[in-house]
Write a protein that binds this ligand. Structure first.
Ligand SMILES: Nc1nc2c(ncn2[C@@H]2O[C@H](COP(=O)(O)OP(=O)(O)O)[C@@H](O)[C@H]2O)c(=O)[nH]1
Ligand SMILES: [Mg+2]
Length: 303
């Protein structure tokens, strides 16, 4: 049975919602925006991990709009609208596609962030929309990584291109893109390794996969989605800054929001990195991936 988006978000964000409950109850307790209210709101947003920059910009907006005026219920709506607007990006919701098939999506991120699981979910998501998908197992570093992806692909009924364990990841990317072209498959999703001998090596390898994809399918990869573990907070921001040095990341998949109370960190991630969050992971099952929708997210936090 399919849960509605809002039910799924509410459930997935349960821990974060507990923190935002403090913000929500503040609206109900106070009928008036004054210095004390703003101070309290600031504190609560900060505790909910919204981050300093996002919190102060929001507080400033509320101050300007409402200082010393009587307000009823609408301060809550105002805050929600502005929180959602902090998360808006012109292209935040859409997956970029190529003019011709295939659209190539490169998945990057450190070990354990949820890359392979997110690939399975994304393949499932696209498959459900009637799109054809080919997955490339470019994480050849660990044999177990290839097996893990093979099991997921089997379950979804999506084909997988794999190389030898320890083989050249870029050559798997090459083969996957060639095969997708020949078979007119619409989407290619490339898994990558998260930990190698040195970070330098990891980044060079990612650049090479990026280059090879672009050679086989000009203009690709169309999307480089960086997978960040939502439970890691500031660390995730540092990871993203490192990846950005090697490849231009076009979007973020923020995972494990179900396991954390730090769902408010999405605001500082957006502000600090200005990379749109395209999908969020709210569980370990195939349908626990949602295209990110700022308004629905904020509504779920306050529901
Ligand atoms: N609760 C939860 N667990 C997740 C989510 N995404 C991934 N995981 C788990 O995180 C662990 C690492 O995931 P994996 O895809 O292997 O990470 P990778 O090393 O980046 O490929 C696995 O146990 C996944 O089941 C999520 O959205 N929610
Ligand atoms: Mg993996």
């Amino acid at each position: 049975m399919f849960r509605s988006l809002m039910e799924k978000l509410k459930q997935g964000l349960a821990k974060t919602r507990n923190l935002f409950a403090g913000v929500a109850s503040l609206f109900r307790l106070k009928g008036r925006v004054d210095g004390e209210f703003l101070k309290e709101l600031e504190k609560k947003l900060f505790l909910a991990d919204v981050g300093t920059a996002a919190t102060s910009s929001l507080i400033e907006r509320v101050r300007q709009a409402y200082m010393d005026k009587e307000v009823g219920v609408d301060v809550e709506a105002f805050v929600k609208t502005h929180l959602a607007s902090l998360l808006e990006g012109a292209e935040s919701r859409v997956l970029k596609t190529g003019l011709e098939s295939p659209t190539v999506i490169l998945i990057a991120g450190v070990n354990g962030s949820g890359k392979t699981t997110s690939i399975a979910k994304l393949a499932y998501f696209l498959n459900k929309q009637g799109k054809t998908v080919l997955v490339g197992a470019c994480d050849t570093f660990r044999a177990a990584a290839i097996d893990q992806l093979a099991i997921w692909c089997d379950r979804i009924g999506v084909e997988l291109v794999k190389g030898q364990p320890g083989g050249d990841p870029a050559s798997v990317a090459h083969d996957t893109c060639e095969k997708a072209k020949a078979k007119k498959v619409e989407f290619v999703i490339l898994d990558t390794a998260g930990r190698l001998h040195t970070q330098n090596h990891l980044m060079r390898e990612l650049e090479k996969i990026h280059r090879v994809a672009g050679k086989v399918v000009p203009g690709s990869p169309h999307e480089v989605l960086l997978v960040l573990d939502g439970t890691t907070g500031q660390n995730a921001i540092m990871q993203a800054e490192n990846f950005q040095k090697a490849v231009h990341c076009t979007g973020i998949i923020l995972t494990k929001l179900d396991g954390t109370a730090k769902g408010g960190a999405i605001f500082s991630i957006k502000q600090r990195l200005n990379i749109p969050v395209k999908f969020i992971g709210v569980g370990e099952k195939l349908d626990d991936l949602e295209p990110f929708d700022p308004e629905a997210y904020v509504a779920a936090l306050f529901s």
